[in-house]
Design a protein around this ligand. Structure first.
Ligand code: FAD
Length: 398
């Protein structure tokens, strides 16, 4: 027999986006259930574990030693020839500030949601959405330990990550092409030499269409990972070969030992054109809110989750769960993060075209400058002074 349960809202997915939405809905007085298909919140980790600090205050997350592995001062952008520039944390994008233990971070966010009054069900997979006679999403079908259930609610949140199905089930266009996906592999290496104050981003042909990251977890350990554009992967195993070669080429890394391997994918395209339909809002990776340049998505998932929670509360007050009403969510999250997503998408597309030689020249042109506040225009001016011959290649960045 199918058990039927009713709530004010059901959140599918217990990642940062889901927990943040559930927490704020519960704080607003809604009866909210968050379901997670895995048996434990936060594991297995699929993340480089780098986050910025600046947004934590905005969404009301208190930094905690429970989940901070290391605090870093900035990002080191390394050219193929090894030359680099250091960016301060403020300029370094959304993966530099803290390196975290993502399992503990996700667990802490879920606990905050529970303390606010949210209910959770683990090992509980959504298998489809439920629609009413008007076509409104009014809940999800789910399975927990083989038991089928209907979790009914006038607001459903799809926070089910990059491989999201909820949006597709509800009729949202979620098609994605290989060019908009980076496939990733990461090792947590222990016993290596790093500058613990800087997370490293290596750009160039060592990681076609992506980059290699070294996100420090302690003074002698780091997540060393690679993202490669799926459209540029020729054979299975290519991504591992790229990462292994990068590590082998650097004795400071190759002397380390791996304690954890992580594989996954991130979207590097633009966010979905529409992330809502009647009765449903998508949050975080499910809506492709990930930064296309860095692949960082934790902050955006949380920021959007907060907006979704506010709009869900307003929808309950108005008794209106239509797609038209949920435009408030579209406008809200886009006002907060869409500009940056667009800017970084353009920068990422440009980066795809640059040769190693051009990247070497750009980084070289920036040598000797104190990079505390910098705009694309500043970079172009510096490059123009030193390497006017590559300006044509960069012109469209203007
Ligand atoms: P997720 O964290 O993916 O959570 C979705 C949850 O939904 C999962 O727990 C999943 O089990 C659950 N779920 C899925 N389907 C169902 C279902 N049918 N029923 C119930 N539950 C379901 N971001 C950063 O900010 N910094 C980084 O350093 C970084 N590094 C990364 C490295 C790699 C290799 C990868 C793959 C990603 C990285 N990201 C990073 C991206 C980051 O992990 C995501 O942007 C972030 O987790 C998005 O949060 P979310 O809540 O939207 O989705």
């Amino acid at each position: 027999m199918v058990e039927v349960m009713e709530f004010d809202a059901v959140v599918v997915g217990g990642g940062p986006g889901g927990s943040m939405t559930a927490r704020d809905m519960a704080r607003a007085g809604l009866d909210v259930l968050m379901i997670e298909k895995r048996q434990e919140i936060g594991t297995p980790v699929r993340c480089g574990e780098g986050i910025a600090k600046i947004w934590l205050d905005e969404v009301g997350i208190e930094p905690s030693n429970r989940w901070i592995a290391l605090e870093v001062n900035g990002a080191r952008i390394v050219a193929p020839n090894g030359q680099y520039v250091d960016l301060t944390e403020e300029l370094a994008g959304n993966e530099t500030g803290f390196v975290v233990h993502r399992d503990a971070f996700d667990r802490a966010l879920a606990e905050d949601a529970i303390r606010a009054g949210a209910k959770t069900m683990l090992k509980c997979s959504a298998t489809d959405v439920i629609k009413d006679e008007r076509g409104f999403v009014v809940g999800v079908k789910a399975k927990q330990w083989g038991k089928e259930m209907e979790l009914r609610a006038p607001v459903v949140i799809g926070a089910d990550g990059f491989e999201s199905q909820v949006g597709r089930w509800a009729g949202i266009d979620t098609k994605i092409t290989a060019k908009d996906v980076n496939t990733c592999l990461q090792y947590e290496l222990v016993g290596i030499d790093i500058d613990r104050f800087y997370n490293e981003f290596h750009i160039g042909s060592m990681a076609p269409g992506g980059y290699v990251w070294i996100f420090n977890k302690s003074s002698d350990s780091a997540n060393v990972g690679i993202g490669v554009n799926l459209g540029m992967v020729k054979e299975p195993g290519d991504v591992k070969r790229y990462l292994d070669r990068f590590i082998e080429d650097q004795p400071r890394l190759s002397k380390g030992q791996n304690v954890e391997t992580v594989a996954g994918a991130v979207s590097v395209g633009l966010p979905l054109e529409s992330v809502t339909t009647d009765g449903l809002m998508l949050v975080g990776d499910a809506a492709r809110m990930i930064d296309p340049l860095t692949g960082g998505g934790v902050s955006n998932a949380c920021i959007a989750g907060q907006v979704a929670a506010r709009v869900a509360k307003e929808a309950h007050e108005a008794g209106d769960f239509s797609r038209e009403f949920f435009q408030r969510y579209e406008e809200g999250w886009r006002a907060k993060i869409e500009d940056q997503l667009f800017r970084n998408y353009i920068a990422k597309e440009k980066l795809l075209e640059l040769s190693d030689d051009t990247i070497n020249k750009i980084i070289d042109a920036l040598q000797g400058y104190k990079i505390e506040r910098i705009t694309t225009a500043d970079i172009l001016r510096m490059v123009q002074e030193r390497y006017p011959e590559i300006m044509d290649e960069l012109a469209d960045l203007l």
